[in-house]
Write a protein that binds this ligand. Sequence first.
Ligand code: HGY
Ligand code: MN
Ligand code: MN
Length: 433
Amino acid sequence: MSAPTNRRTAGGSPRLAGDAPHLDGARLLDVLGEISRIGAQPGAGITRTGLGAEEAQARAYLAKRYRRDGLVARTDQAGNLIVRRRGADPARPVLLLGSHVDTVVRGGRLDGTYGVVAACEVVRTLARLESAPAYEPVAVAFSNEEGARFPYPFFGSLGLTGRLDLARAATTTDRDGTALPDALRTAGGDLDTVGAAAWPDGAIAGYLELHIEQGPVLADRDIPIGVVEAITGRTIIDITVHGVQGHAGTTPMSLRRDALVVAAQVVLAVERLATGRDLCAVSTVGCLDGEPNVTNVIPGTVRLTAEIRDGRPERLRAAERALVAELSALGPATGTRIDHDLRRVTRPTRTDHRLRAAVVAAADDLGLPHLEMFSGAGHDAQIVARSAPVGMVFVPSRDGVSHAPQEHTDDDLLVAGADTLLNAALRLVADRW
Ligand code: HGY
Ligand code: MN
Ligand code: MN
């Protein structure tokens, strides 16, 4: 077990009480440890971006490991890994458990991957415990949830639920110009036949995702289990500022149309949406690229992304409108042209009360304190929610840190979360909703 770095309830580790079944915690931690090597860079966390070689390697590792345990593992045309029990009735509606194994650039080892490994362990455990459940437990590792390299986040869950925009997928590239369809093919999928990855209506009876919280709420309150009530909505606005490239020594300040100076004003305008103006919960410019990016040249073009999030759709819309209005005014005022492309990535999403109840009952059976809470991070569960009832379980994140190499949750809390997933799944596959 790792050093006790998460703060705790009095009396030490979360207690596991009663007769509730447990999964093999040592195995869970072992698989997590092994998969964490894939894409790891010394001192720089893990870079295992979606639809890349490392994500494929992580899938291959899991497939091999769980085939050894007698499970069936395959990658679909959208690059999702699906792990199920051998010989299960293919017509049985599925209780889908999972998350993603791709990471952001220099990310942590738990975001997504923890939920996938726990899901695989639950399916492995249920292969022994359940002979003929009402719902078939199946684990999934969705591809490219983050969209860190190919800016098409939730690619895998959109593929599995039949909601991919094929035209957009066909024209998506990474920053080096590699086309998404080519990367997908290398990763074992195929955009031409990606429709075959879509599950028919009714095939998913419910979806349950275990994840680290990625924020400070549970750690601050020493509570081991979060029961997610709702998940934030998110809009991304791709912005390009077209100025005029020129000589940094000879062009008088009064004659410049410096794209980076204007982009700086956009950055502050985005920040103000959530701070001074309180129009949305959070707003971020996470990506900014200038051209030609040379010391003695006035920048001619700058591309940046604005990302805004809120739990209420009307606030998200108000923040979108406010930013678009600012961009429309800023171009003429600065002699630049500002283009934008607005994408509503996810809408605010509520979880299903029956799946929440199953998680609460599971945590109670295990003697684990729990808290109903909001998720400020986005999750594949939001995409699946358009097709089936969804639930989410959180465990604490040390200091609330995620999307960073320092991301950490103590081993005993990781095992407690996976046990909660197991016990909730046991209730659900037995149709105790
Ligand atoms: O960005 C998010 O909220 C998620 O981690 N993909
Ligand atoms: Mn993430
Ligand atoms: Mn995640």
